[in-house]
Design a protein around this ligand. Structure first.
Ligand code: S3P
Length: 421
């Protein structure tokens, strides 16, 4: 696809619902007693995979435009799936399901697309087996034999909300208490939602304690816009001249707002207005205007708070004056693709001065950027980040696979064009 070029970005828009919250609302709604209505649900391919998996386990789920209704089966009400559970491109579906399925009284098999087959699952199967889970393989397909679980104390070796959540979900079924110690705080949507549903869960700084929970109350959810999707337009408005974009109703849970902190550090003009809260999840309208950006160092505890935004932050860095260092971001190597390698290879095609490091990259910004024929590696966030990068380049750019954006943002290219009009 030839990437459209716009000369500035202006307008007011809403981005689709938060992916992490949408997945969790369906999963926890399926385990609840009663009916859960989810408004603002992300109708992206990943979250639809979650719905399909729970339907295969006997949960009644209706989908009508952006509203999803889940008729929960209760903690012990899932049925043995008659087929393999297919999670598509979704790491969140795959890993969170492991936590739930290891505690059922039936066996199940999970698999996904070519990218999922390459993503490490040992990071969830290992702690779950310490709890008594019986899972064959460390890569998909995973064969899960339902088992009786017991609580553990677990020090998280990587900052991963998917791993943390898998253990929490298993902990709801386990005898005794499960204590998880995080090194750095990762997104806490599961903890907030479970707290609202009456689960036995306590948070104390970086420690999470979960007790056996026989019943979850269904709680209606309003999903805020996904800050990881808003990020593309935040960077676009910052780097394009004469731009002003307002993205309404964006989730600004503090475990997700690293992108705002970093862009402000780089000199971006970002205003948050109308901040409100629903079931512990904060949302705001975000306005971003053109600005001159400068390079910064990004590392340490902020990394889990912006991990999915790093490809588009790299775009901001390429357009900034000076050097940006991204470090402590090894996790990028095990995302939908190796995002360190993918960013470095694609940016290099444009003449950007970028170097791969073991845990991130170094970008010397401010040089001329030329258009290129980009590869997305089937990764939605690469497709959208490269579309933003193409705006800062002279000449034409193409994408080999624009369709992969539908995983998290089905209307991305329409919204992008609207901002350019
Ligand atoms: C997610 C956690 C993050 C993130 C992913 C969604 C979640 O992954 O990259 O897009 O919903 O829990 P990790 O847990 O692997 O860091």
């Amino acid at each position: 696809m030839l990437i459209d070029k716009i000369s500035s970005a202006n307008g007011v828009l809403r981005v689709p619902g938060d992916k992490s919250v949408s997945h969790r609302a369906v999963m926890l709604g399926s385990l609840a007693d009663g009916v859960t209505e989810i408004k603002g649900f992300l109708m992206g391919a990943d979250c639809l995979s979650t719905i399909e998996c729970f339907r295969k386990m006997g949960v009644g789920i209706d989908v009508a435009s952006e509203k999803v209704t889940v008729r929960g089966n209760g903690m012990r009400g899932l049925k043995k799936p008659l087929e393999t559970l297919y999670t598509g491109n979704s790491g969140t579906t795959t890993r969170l399901l492991c936590g739930i399925l290891s505690a059922q009284n039936f066996d199940s098999v999970i698999t996904g697309d070519a990218s999922i087959l390459k993503r490490p699952m040992g990071r969830v199967t290992k702690p779950l087996s310490l709890m008594g889970a019986n899972i064959e393989n460390e890569y998909c397909p995973l064969i899960i034999h339902g088992a009786r679980l017991h609580g553990i104390e677990y020090d998280m070796p990587v900052a991963s909300a998917q791993v943390k959540t898998a253990i929490i979900l298993a902990g709801l079924y386990a005898d005794g208490v499960t204590l998880i110690r995080e090194k750095e705080k990762s997104r806490d949507h599961t903890e907030l939602m479970l707290g609202a549903m009456g689960a036995d869960i306590k948070i104390d700084g970086l420690d999470i304690t979960v007790g056996k929970t026989n019943k979850l109350e269904a709680v209606n959810t309003v999903v805020p816009g996904d800050i990881s999707s808003a990020a593309f337009f935040m960077v676009l408005a910052s780097i394009m001249p004469n731009s002003c974009v307002t993205i309404e109703n964006v989730g600004v849970n503090p475990t997700r707002t690293g992108i705002i902190d970093v862009l402000r550090d780089m000199g971006a003009d970002i205003k948050l207005e109308n901040i409100r809260e629903s079931a512990g999840e904060k949302a705001a309208d975000i306005t971003v205007r053109s600005s001159t950006l400068k390079g910064v160092v990004i590392g340490g505890e902020i990394i889990p708070r912006l991990i999915d935004e790093l490809p588009v932050i790299a775009v901001a860095a390429a357009c900034a004056e000076g050097t940006t260092v991204i470090k402590d971001a090894r996790e990028l190597k095990v995302k939908e693709t190796n995002r360190i390698r993918a960013v470095v290879d694609e940016f290099t095609k444009c003449g950007i001065d970028i170097t791969e490091t073991d845990d991130g990259m170094i970008i010397n910004g401010g040089a001329d950027i030329r258009g290129a024929d980009f590869r997305t590696y089937g990764d939605h966030r690469m497709a959208m980040s490269l579309t933003v990068l193409a705006q800062a380049a002279y000449g034409e750019s193409t994408l080999d696979d624009a369709d992969c954006a539908r995983v998290s943002y089905p209307n991305f290219f329409d919204d992008f064009r609207t901002l350019g009009k």
